[in-house]
Design a protein. Structure first.
Length: 121
């Protein structure tokens, strides 16, 4: 059972993404993994491995992304990293939309507001 409102909001947001229709294959997998990474606000070793798997030839990470990101500047670093690693895999507009939904979720959680899954998807 979840005890913190932000955990409940992140769970609802992630579950909403799990239920939407996505493109089959790598595109859909990329969308779901990006949504999950954004919802959790964490860049783990598996997240970086996924980005490297998508574009093995592009080694452009300029710094370790092992911290929890919680401000707009770092969301933009996340977005730019994704845009550099995922060209041609899914549309840039879709990546932008997913990350911006994460920003909305985080701000709502930070200010103690209730957020419904349909408000972000």
């Amino acid at each position: 059972m979840l005890h913190r409102p932000e955990e409940a909001a992140k769970t609802a947001w992630t579950q909403a993404y799990a239920q939407i229709e996505t493109t089959e294959g790598v595109d859909g997998l990329a969308e779901k993994l990006i949504a999950l990474m954004t919802a959790e606000q964490i860049f783990s070793a598996s997240s970086i491995a996924f980005l490297d798997w998508i574009d093995d030839k592009s080694r452009i990470l300029s710094r370790p992304l092992s911290k929890v990101f919680n401000d707009n500047e770092n969301h933009m670093i996340f977005l730019l990293t994704l845009l550099k690693h995922l060209p041609g895999v899914i549309p840039q507009e879709r990546i932008t939309a997913i990350v911006l939904e994460g920003v909305v979720l985080e701000k709502a959680c930070t200010h103690g507001k209730k957020i419904l899954a349909q408000d972000t998807v």
